[in-house]
Write a protein that binds this ligand. Structure first.
Ligand SMILES: O=C(O)c1cc(=O)[nH]c(=O)n1[C@@H]1O[C@H](COP(=O)(O)O)[C@@H](O)[C@H]1O
Length: 236
C-alpha cells in the first residue's frame, strides 16, 4: 500500500448527477482534506474517466458500486476496480461467503497495490421494519454483527455499517477490522433518509475508521468550511 494522501477520516460522497458538477465541487477541495466516494449515480453518468481524473488530481477514491452478483461476476468487477487504481471497493455481504471469498482471492492474485475490500452489511437507511419485510429477523445490529462476522471470516478488510454498530463490531471483530460508516450527521443537521445516525466525533469514539459524509457537506452553503470543521472535530 502506498503512503496515504491524507490523515482525514472523512470520505466525501460525491452524489452528483454529472461530472461537471462533481468536478466543480472537487475543485474547492484538496487531496489532503478528505478522500472521495464515487457511487452508482455519478459512476453511471461519468464512468471510469472521472475516477481516473480525480485520482490524477491526487485524491484517493472509494468506488462504491456495492457489487452483489454471482461470485465470478463480482470477482471480475473487483478486478476491474483494482485496474482503475481505486483505494477502496465494496461488495454486499448478503451475496454470501463464497462471493466474498472469490472476490478477495481475485484481488490477492494481483501484484502491486490492491484496493481495500469492504462488505456492505445492512444499509443505514433500513430499520427493523424494513428488515422484517425482506425476511430478516432481529434488529439491524444483530444482522450487521452476523454479516460482519461472515465478512471477516471471508478475509475482507472491513465492512460498511452504521456508526451505531461500530462499538459492537470493534469489540467483536477487533480494532484492525476497518469500519466505514455512513449515516454521519454533524450536530444540528437534517437526517435526510438515514435512520441510524451519529455525529462525527461520536462515530470515531465508537470505533469507526472512516466516515462517509455526503449531503451535510455537498449541500452546505460553504462545503469547505463544513469539511474543515468536521476534520477539526475529529483531530486527535
Ligand atoms: O456504502 C455506502 O457508502 C453506504 C452504505 C449505507 O449503508 N448507507 C449509505 O448511506 N451509504 C452511502 O453513504 C452516502 C451517505 O450520504 P449522505 O446521507 O448524504 O451523508 C451515500 O452516498 C450512500 O450511498
Amino acid at each position: 500500500m502506498t503512503q496515504a494522501q491524507t490523515d482525514s477520516r472523512v470520505i466525501v460522497a460525491l452524489d452528483y448527477p454529472d461530472a461537471a458538477r462533481a468536478r466543480d465541487f472537487v475543485g474547492r477541495l484538496t487531496p489532503g482534506s478528505c478522500r472521495l466516494k464515487i457511487g452508482k449515480e455519478l459512476f453511471t453518468r461519468a464512468g471510469p474517466a472521472l475516477v481516473e481524473e480525480l485520482q490524477g488530481r491526487g485524491f484517493e477514491i472509494f468506488l462504491d458500486l456495492k457489487f452483489h452478483d454471482i461470485p465470478n461476476t463480482v470477482a471480475r468487477a473487483c478486478e476491474a476496480a483494482a485496474d482503475l487504481g481505486v483505494w477502496m471497493v465494496n461488495v454486499h455481504t448478503l451475496g454470501g461467503s463464497r462471493m466474498m471469498v472469490t472476490a478477495r482471492e481475485a484481488l490477492e492474485r494481483r501484484s502491486g497495490r490492491r484496493p481495500l475490500l469492504i462488505g456492505v452489511t445492512i444499509l443505514t437507511s433500513m430499520g427493523e421494519g424494513d428488515l422484517a419485510e425482506v425476511g430478516l429477523t432481529g434488529s439491524p445490529a444483530d444482522n450487521v454483527a452476523r454479516l460482519a462476522g461472515l465478512a471477516q471470516a471471508a478475509g475482507l478488510d472491513g465492512v460498511v455499517c452504521s456508526p451505531q454498530e461500530s462499538r459492537l463490531l470493534s469489540g467483536q471483530l477487533g480494532s484492525g477490522f476497518v469500519l466505514v460508516t455512513p449515516g454521519v450527521r454533524p450536530a444540528g443537521s437534517t437526517t435526510d433518509d438515514q435512520q441510524r445516525i451519529m455525529t462525527p466525533a461520536d462515530a470515531l469514539a465508537a470505533g469507526s475508521h472512516y466516515l462517509v459524509i455526503g449531503r451535510p457537506i455537498t449541500q452546505a452553503e460553504d462545503p469547505v468550511a463544513v469539511l474543515e470543521a468536521i476534520n477539526r472535530e475529529l483531530a486527535p
